[in-house]
Design a protein around this ligand. Structure first.
Ligand code: AHM
Length: 336
């Protein structure tokens, strides 16, 4: 009887990354060491999320972060977990978080530390209190070689998404799933709580090329630019036929569903947020890298997300991301 080896073999994320590096004889193993820091941090975050109702980590701390939002206790736990786990990986030079005003240079690491990790420790942490899926997003860049003489880490960090060497996210949902790309497709891993390891569960994930589902906060529709409004009206029309609206309000969860089922996620400019709400460098860029590697697309209504040159760490952007054909369709309504 023929066996499907991918079904039978138990492959952990660590094994999978090491095996991927074997294809590159010059690889030093540094990169897998870095990724193991991220996965360790997400296991710490996961265990806190799972115990959130039992221990005193729910609710806010009474402080406000750089985005003007209340900092949740779990946000702090998650932020610290990532910074601490990466701090001991000698090859991470700079970390930049949604929660911190400026990128942090990890002093102990020294100039040889070439990797930069940008991350959202807990996406949509305000959903924690009501048991809705939340997540962690990360983007990995390399220090630029052409900015010597510049002070501080920021010039190294401000690179377009096309320069990412890896990106991914973790969804803390009914199970904990990590999606990862290093520029060679997208693989997914499920955290097995019994053995405490991420196990490969989907290899080379492909986003459906089309999908009759849109995901956006339609309560703001009247303040979206007209092109978006025209698309949303069309999606409800008889001509479009049977579109569904699915919106969780956690970017990671909405994106994860869109990646697996197809359709489009939209966060347009609004009256309140004329530049859009989502952040380019650590939300839109990593998810765009994952989307494109899975055969999907991501644009800001005018251009490809990954080509945008960032001008600040916390820059916001409109985001249209999902199945290639559906993203193209939204774009057609923009130009009508
Ligand atoms: P946050 O930084 O306050 O957590 O906001 C990010 C979240 C995303 O996860 C989600 O896609 C979006 O905000 C939802 O915004 P809205 O509540 O305006 O629909």
């Amino acid at each position: 009887m023929a066996h499907n080896s991918t079904k039978l073999g138990l492959i952990t994320m660590a094994q999978h990354i090491i095996e991927g590096q074997r294809a590159h004889p010059t690889a030093t193993g540094e990169f897998s060491w870095l990724l193991s820091g991220i996965t360790l941090a997400t296991k710490i975050i996961e265990s806190n999320v799972r115990r959130a109702g039992l221990v005193d980590v729910l609710g806010d701390t009474g402080t406000v972060n750089v985005q003007g939002e209340e900092v949740q206790k779990l946000d702090e736990v998650a932020n610290e977990a990532i910074i601490r786990c990466l701090g001991y990986r000698g090859n991470v030079g700079i970390v930049a978080s949604e929660e911190d005003d400026e990128p942090i240079t990890i002093k102990e690491a020294g100039p040889a530390a070439r990797y930069i990790v940008l991350f959202v420790p807990l996406d949509r942490s305000s959903n924690i209190d009501v048991n809705v899926t939340i997540g962690t997003i990360f983007s990995i860049l390399q220090r630029r070689g052409d900015v010597s003489g510049w002070d501080g880490p920021t010039p190294h960090v401000l690179q377009p998404g096309l320069k990412q060497v890896a990106a991914g996210y973790v969804v803390y949902g009914s199970s904990t799933v990590a999606a990862l790309t290093t520029g060679n497709g997208v693989d997914m891993f499920t955290l097995d709580p019994e053995i405490g390891a991420y196990v490969l569960t989907r290899k080379n994930v492909k986003m459906p090329s089309d999908g009759k589902s849109y995901s956006c906060n339609e309560a703001y529709k009247a303040t979206f630019p007209e092109g978006y409004q025209r698309y949303l009206d069309w999606a409800k029309s008889e001509e479009a036929g049977n579109y569904t609206l699915r919106y969780i309000g956690s970017l990671v969860a909405d994106f994860h569903r869109t990646l697996l089922r197809g359709g489009v996620f939209l966060y347009p400019p609004t009256l309140k947020q004329p530049e859009g709400k989502l952040r380019l460098m650590y939300e839109a860029n990593p998810l765009s890298f994952v989307a494109e590697q899975a055969g999907g697309a991501a644009v800001d209504g005018k251009q490809r997300i990954m080509e945008k040159q960032p001008n600040s760490l916390h820059q916001r952007t409109p985001l249209i991301i999902g199945s290639k054909q559906e993203v193209d369709r939204v774009m057609k309504f923009m130009s009508r």
